[in-house]
Design a protein around this ligand. Structure first.
Ligand code: ADP
Length: 353
């Protein structure tokens, strides 16, 4: 059995005041007309207003201007209603103009005769949760869409074969190509899951980056014959310590993007050089380039620049995020230089062995 310490304050108001001061939820007390009688420190932190700007004024100051009269109306209706909703979701605006998503719970304070004298609002900032939920919904929609397209082709072609159509070779080639695409999408999702869980295994041995690049570019010649390849490799091997399979994956990804995001017939330049104890790979295309506002977000998972999203280019926006994770797992650096209309150079650098 717990006993209160001998000097613990027993007065309820003292305790309530302490809760009011330390609560991480914002709390405000307002009269039947919506004028704020009191607000706790979390309230001023959440909205960025000073007590002078809030106390004695309408609570609606925290709503975007176009919503203020609506908010005041809602408030009066809440006051008049017998029952109050357990929690209300809403969007409010901070003093600095940024918007926050909040969940508000209400409780009425009454006088001895049972008349409502004030409303206590307890306001929880749920912005991060709301954004995460939206992101997750958008992510599921995008994954569903990306997986469905190749499956539709595979099914169509399989049905064609089933009916014994005459273009069997084309149908089989299409099924193989779309299955490879699906495998890549699913592998990317699995890699991302491992990266995020910090479980992506990188087995290090001595790898000759020059030989690895020669093999990767050979494959590009076969897969994307419409792009002339200009390759600059130093004489002799360039040794790094790393996972050959994973480094090849980075190269394949950057090379695939260079051909995917540049017009047929335009050249792709691939360069490997040694500088300051680093092996530096640069892949330059003659595509439309990347707008400056997209550059800082390019290596984020699921991020796709406007042109890719609306240009009908398939993809989940995972390739570069995975490349970044893999390069950093090798103690390396990765980056991009690009200007609109002047192509892009994606590069990465690894410590030499
Ligand atoms: P995905 O290609 O699936 O969209 P990535 O992570 O590989 O995913 O690339 C993210 C985004 O970066 C692409 O959607 C595209 O907008 C942009 N991007 C990548 N490589 C290039 C490139 N070589 N030229 C122009 N934009 C590129």
């Amino acid at each position: 059995m717990l006993h209160p310490a001998p000097n613990a304050p027993s007065d309820d108001t003292v305790r309530l005041r302490a809760v009011w001061e330390v609560a991480s939820d914002a709390m405000a007390l307002s009269d039947p007309d919506g004028f704020v009688l009191d607000a706790n420190p979390a309230y001023f932190r959440l909205y960025g207003y000073t007590p002078d700007e809030v106390l004695g004024r309408s609570f609606a100051v925290i709503f975007p201007e176009e919503m203020r009269s609506w908010a005041e109306e809602q408030y009066r209706a809440t006051f008049a209603r017998d029952e109050v909703a357990p929690a209300v979701q809403s969007t409010v605006r901070r003093n600095d103009g940024t918007e926050r998503h909040v969940e508000v719970r209400y409780a009425f304070l009454t006088d001895a005769a049972g008349r409502r004298t004030a409303l206590l609002s307890v306001i929880r900032d749920v912005t991060e949760r709301t954004l995460a939920e939206r992101q997750q919904a958008a992510f599921l929609a995008m994954v569903g869409h990306e997986l469905k397209n190749p499956l539709t082709v595979i099914r169509g072609m399989a049905q064609l074969l089933q009916r014994g159509g005459d273009r069997r070779e084309r149908a089989v080639a299409s099924i193989v190509e779309q299955s490879k695409h699906l495998t890549r999408l699913v592998s990317d999702l699995l890699d991302l899951a491992q990266l995020e869980a910090g479980q992506l295994a990188v087995e290090r041995t001595e790898v000759d980056l020059a030989a690895l690049m020669a093999r990767a570019t050979e494959e590009v010649r076969l897969l994307a014959p419409a792009h002339p390849l200009l390759i600059e490799l130093p004489d002799g091997p360039v040794a790094v310590r790393g996972d050959a399979g994973r480094l090849r994956q980075v190269l394949d990804n950057l090379l695939a993007n260079a051909t995917k995001y540049s017009p047929a017939g335009s050249a792709v330049r691939v360069r490997l050089e040694r500088a300051c104890g680093e092996a530096r790979v640069a892949i330059t295309d003659e595509g439309p380039g990347i707008p400056p506002e997209a550059l800082p977000r390019l290596f984020e998972r699921f991020y796709r620049a406007e042109a890719a999203r609306h240009g009908g280019m398939p993809g989940l926006g995972l390739g570069l995020a995975i490349c970044k994770g893999l390069v950093e797992a090798h103690d390396g650096r990765i980056g991009v230089e690009s200007a609109r209309g002047r192509g892009s150079t994606f590069w990465f650098a690894l410590p030499c062995a």
